[in-house]
Design a protein around this ligand. Structure first.
Ligand code: ADP
Ligand code: ZN
Length: 292
């Protein structure tokens, strides 16, 4: 069977055809311009591919409440051309197939849960640290939506003494994203994050903030595994630093078998940056199953 998949990002739209095993058979990518320009390109890609259904893992905020009048819309996004845009409705109308819809980070988590490093888990957290910070959560085998969807990048953290950076988040200044996403690293240190690879103090500070956030998520969500993706996490030296600081911050309060093996507890994404598009394939498979 063939399923359509879209990983909708603020910079680019990745479209693909996948099979029931998550294998990507064909893919393309278009820059995210206006809906008038970009939607026809994506619809053209899917049009004659005989897909059963479509899965969309989408940047947000988005409306995931099926009882809402604006279910399937991108809502208050800073990408103004896409604000209040009915992306699910537009694809349903153009392609006449069922459409599954979730956040980009829930999509990545679903990819990892279905085909990646979190296969046997029922409770997991996926965090992306890139242009922004966002998190997807699975609890008891279900993706967590709540009243909207979690916004794990915007929690408050304790500022490290000596770090006088004002923070980058337009809403909260020094929230997690404001302190630790790629653009914050670049503004604080005055260089592209990738060019700071050999500056130990950069990653020392970065790992402190990431560890603070993860400690809070461990205490509130009790995940069995934490997967870290996104551009910034390509700095692999962060992993041992984060693990060590999380252990220090939790200070022996929790004693679980998962926390005994930190190398397997806090891990990099495992699907070569295909976790998002593969998760979108799974959203398509699931929506087809729901409808049968
Ligand atoms: P997006 O979040 O826009 O989908 P990415 O996850 O690639 O895209 O995140 C982009 C951010 O990550 C930028 O701020 C960039 O500087 C940073 N970044 C990308 N690659 C690296 C790298 N190898 N090392 C450190 N930072 C990186
Ligand atoms: Zn914020």
């Amino acid at each position: 069977m063939r399923f359509g998949a879209l990983e909708a990002g603020g910079t680019k739209m990745i479209v693909a055809i996948g099979d029931e095993n998550g294998k990507i058979l064909e893919r393309a990518s278009f820059p995210t311009k206006t809906p008038e320009e970009t939607m026809p390109q994506m619809i053209d890609f899917f049009k004659d591919k005989e897909i059963e259904s479509l899965g969309i893992a989408c940047f947000g905020p988005i409306d995931l409440n099926k009882d809402s009048k604006t279910y399937g819309y991108i809502t208050s996004t800073p990408k103004l051309d896409w604000k209040n845009y009915d992306i699910v409705g537009a694809f349903k109308k153009a392609l006449n197939v069922p459409v599954g819809f979730d956040t980009d980070v829930n999509g990545s988590l679903l990819g990892e849960i279905t085909w990646g490093c979190a296969k046997d888990k029922t409770d997991a957290l996926y965090l992306t640290i890139g242009t922004g910070i966002g998190g997807g959560v699975m609890t008891n085998g279900k993706l967590l939506h709540g009243m909207l969807h979690p916004e794990l990048g915007h929690i408050r953290l304790a500022k490290v003494p000596g770090d006088d950076y004002a923070g980058k988040c337009p809403y909260h200044g020094t929230c997690f994203e404001g302190l630790a996403a790629g653009p914050a690293i670049e503004e604080r240190w005055g260089k592209k994050a990738v060019e700071l690879a050999d500056r130990d103090e950069v990653w020392e500070l970065e790992s402190e903030y990431i560890a603070q956030a993860l400690s809070s998520f461990i205490l509130t969500l009790s995940p069995q595994i934490i997967i870290l993706g996104g551009g910034v996490m390509h700095q692999m030296q962060l992993f041992p630093l984060i693990r060590e600081k999380v252990v220090k911050q939790l200070n022996g309060y929790l004693n679980t078998k998962e926390l005994e093996n930190m190398d397997k507890y806090i891990v990099p994404a495992s699907l070569n940056d295909d976790q998002g598009i593969m998760g979108a394939v799974k959203l398509a498979i699931d929506v087809k199953g729901e409808i049968k």
